[in-house]
Structures are given as C-alpha cells and as structure tokens.
Design a protein around this ligand. Structure first.
Ligand SMILES: Cc1cc2nc3c(=O)[nH]c(=O)nc-3n(C[C@H](O)[C@H](O)[C@H](O)COP(=O)(O)OP(=O)(O)OC[C@H]3O[C@@H](n4cnc5c(N)ncnc54)[C@H](O)[C@@H]3O)c2cc1C
Length: 393
C-alpha cells in the first residue's frame, strides 16, 4: 500500500522503516524544512529500546547518548540533599536505557531509512478526504495526491488529528504544568553525568551537562489554566517572572537564557482518544496517545506504536480495518495505565506545597532501595508490553 506518514519525529520514521521492510510504500511529509536539531534530551528505555535494537540502532544510541550516574537534588545553596543511581533504578526493570537528545534519536531512526523513503520537507497536509477506497490529500504547497492510508505522526498538537478526528481540546488532558527547555554553551558548573535538580513549591529546575560543552536546562512550573504564549520573547519573560525567586543557580541561568541556541516551551498534556483510527486514517505516537513528559516514556511508546501498527498491517495482509483494531487493542490499556501513572508524578515535578517538596526529597533518597523504589514508582517504570516478532524477518 501507498501510505502517507505525516511527521518525521520519532514515530513517523520508525513506521516508515517497518512498512518498507514489509513491502509497503511509505511517503513522509514533514512541516519543518529539515530534521530538527538540538532541543531537549529524553530518557529512552523499555520496549521502545527493544524496537530500536531490532532496527540495529542500539550501538549508535549508546555512542551518542548518556548514562547518568547520579540524580541529585540540591538546596537553594547548592548543597546535595538527596540522590540516587538512575542506572540501578531503570536497569532493574530490564531492557536498555540511555538519555539522548530527542533530535539525535530522531536522526538515528531517520538514517536507518537509508534515503529509501520519499520524504517531502517544508510541507504539510491541508485537507484529507477519505472516500472509503483511498484518501485524497491536499497539501499546503505540493499538488494533491491519493494514498491507501494516512498515518498522523505529527506529535502532541497533531494537525491530522484535528482534521480527521476533531479539535484538540476534545482530547487533551492538561496536567497544569508548563515545561520549558533550552541549552547553553560553556555554562559552569557542569557536574558531568549528574542530573541536578532544584525543587521548590510549584517549580523544578533540571541541569544536565552534555557533550561539546553544552548544558541543557529544563524547567517545570504550575500554571493556572493559562496557555504559554507563542512568541519567544514572551515565553522567556514568563519563565523569568515565574522562576526568578526560586534560588540556587536559577537567576544566573535566566540571565544567560538570551544566548540559548534552542528554546522550547509548552504545557504538559496528554491525549486521550477513544479511537486511534477512523476509516483509512490512523494516529501514532503523541498524536494518538501522548503520555506527557511526566511519563518519561513518550518517545519509547511512539516507537512501540509505530512498530505494532506495522506488524498489525503485515499480519492483516492489507485489511486496514483489522490492522487498526489490532494495533489499538494490543496497546491501548498499557498506554492508558502509563498516562494515569504519569499524573501521579506531577507532585514530584512541580509539588503543590511544602509537604510535597519534603516528601519528594525523602522519596528520592530512598530510590536506591529497590523495594521502596518499586512501591513508589514501580507502576510507572514497569513496561508490560510484549512486542510481536519482527515483521518480514
Ligand atoms: C521537555 C520534554 C522532555 C521529554 N522527556 C522525555 C523523556 O525523558 N522520555 C521520553 O520517552 N519522552 C520524553 N518526552 C516526550 C517525547 O519527546 C515525545 O513523546 C516524542 O517525541 C513523541 O514522538 P512523536 O514522533 O509522536 O512526535 P514528535 O517527536 O513531536 O514528532 C512530530 C514530528 O511531526 C512534525 N510535525 C508537526 N506538525 C506537523 C504537520 N502539521 N505536518 C507535518 N509535520 C508535522 C514535527 O515537526 C515533528 O518532526 C519529553 C518531551 C518534552 C517536551
């Protein structure tokens, strides 16, 4: 089948890879003029890592990624007040684990396509018309084309979802937290391979040192239903207004923010759709079921969803209805469990009151004790997905 994939992030190229392996003809359309570079880092592990292994990506991910040796909470004066070994924690749940720039993960998947998939950068869909036999697609720039299927892999604010399923507010669960991330060159101090956090009531700041003398900062703070502005200057001002009094290195970091190479701000939200497909149009990754960054597993799930959809299409031998139903029934309850577990993590990332800050820091210190870690966050770390055998192998 000729299958249009909208979005060249994590899910899109993964799906293209497995569709090609099973004899289909994927075409990717990506709104950005080229693959996005830089940005924030993701913890990548669990079944998603297994999919990456099946694509032969593990050596590259280990080479380009990081394995942090310590997660450290510091006080306003920079004193270590709690810490644990993240490798021991995550490795205990099986599978590979690496922290990697989202854009490096995306590029590694992209390179696995070896230039064999037609890709149109700098364009997007404008309308989708499913006549039951084909989907007629109009593009913002290119000429209209027909496809057997269309798959939206265009992220949290998916246009395919808006066009084919309904407006975003119908499906969005806003977690009440705004997230911002940026990177600076030459920032000091660095604390190599330590993820340093400073948490106060309503806000958290994370600092991690990356290669090439780059440091990434991530901020989370509670919002009262307001949407972050679109304009970069206004976003940076919002960050200053909300975080300038939280202490630690934050005033210095905010002072240096104007020289950030990339800047990201969005609200943390989840997508809950009753059905991940409609007719000949399906959704994968954040577009279908974003668990939010609080789950720490969105990129892994994006890869799993892409892989399982490709397997289901292969098994159904061209019957897209059967394939879409199988894809959703295999994954929906696991994904929903992870979404629900992520909500519980909100108090760890942006505690509501002083008691939650104290509880969080005590819990962090106890993460080195496997039994307690299992009780506290085992539900969000467990990954009960059994991947079907690789299609076409
Ligand atoms: C700060 C932060 C930290 C995170 N930390 C983690 C973590 O630790 N672990 C983890 O697993 N996940 C994490 N995530 C979540 C993770 O990044 C996402 O779940 C993952 O990227 C989803 O992959 P995707 O392919 O569905 O979407 P994306 O990676 O968002 O890719 C979507 C692609 O579609 C393109 N696109 C968008 N709209 C259109 C359009 N209209 N037409 C064409 N193309 C379009 C975009 O340019 C992009 O290339 C984090 C997210 C954030 C914001």
């Amino acid at each position: 089948m000729k299958i249009l994939i909208v979005g060249a992030g994590i899910a899109g190229p993964t799906l293209a890879y497995w569709l090609r392996r099973t004899g289909h003809e994927p075409v990717i359309v990506e709104r950005a003029p080229r693959l996005r570079r830089g940005g924030y880092a993701v913890d990548f592990w669990g079944s998603g890592f297994q999919v990456a292994e099946r694509m032969g990506l593990a050596p590259r991910l280990h080479e380009e990624g990081y394995r942090f040796l310590e997660a450290r909470e510091v006080s306003g004066s920079g004193r270590r007040i709690a810490h644990f070994d993240p490798l021991r924690l995550i490795d205990g749940y099986g599978g590979g684990y690496v922290t990697i720039l989202r854009s490096d993960l995306s590029a590694a998947i992209w390179d696995a396509l070896q230039g064999e998939v037609e890709t149109v950068f700098g364009d997007t869909v404008r309308s989708l018309h499913d006549d039951g036999d084909r989907v007629l697609v109009e593009f913002a720039h290119g000429s209209p084309r027909e496809f057997d299927l269309v798959v939206g892999a265009d992220g949290l604010h998916s246009l395919v979802r808006s066009l084919g399923f309904g407006p975003e507010p119908e499906f969005e669960r806003d977690l009440g937290i705004t997230v911002a991330a940026f990177d600076l060159e030459g920032y000091r101090p660095r604390d190599e391979l330590v993820a340093v956090t400073h948490t106060v009531v309503g806000a958290l700041t994370l600092r991690i040192g990356l290669r090439d003398d780059s440091t990434m900062f991530c901020f989370m703070f509670r919002h009262e239903g307001e949407t972050p502005p679109d304009d970069l200057m206004a976003q940076q001002q919002l960050l200053r207004d909300r975080l300038r009094d939280v202490g630690w290195e934050v005033p210095t970091i905010l002072e240096q923010m104007p020289r950030a190479r990339t800047f990201f701000m969005d609200r943390a939200s989840q997508i809950l759709l009753p059905s991940w497909s409609r007719g000949r149009i399906a959704l994968i990754g954040d577009a279908a079921a974003a668990p939010s960054l609080l789950a720490g597993q969105g990129s892994a799930l994006a890869m799993v969803e892409a892989y399982v959809l490709a397997c289901a299409l292969h098994e159904a031998d061209g019957d897209h209805r059967a394939a879409f139903a199988a894809y959703q029934s295999r994954l929906q309850s696991v994904v929903r469990t992870k979404q629900d577990a992520a909500i519980g993590m909100g108090s760890a990332f942006a505690p509501r009151n002083r008691a939650q800050v104290l509880l969080r820091n005590v819990a962090l210190g106890l993460m080195n004790v496997p039994l307690i870690a299992n009780l506290a966050i085992g539900r969000s770390l467990r990954d009960p997905i059994v991947l079907p055998p690789a299609p076409g192998s």
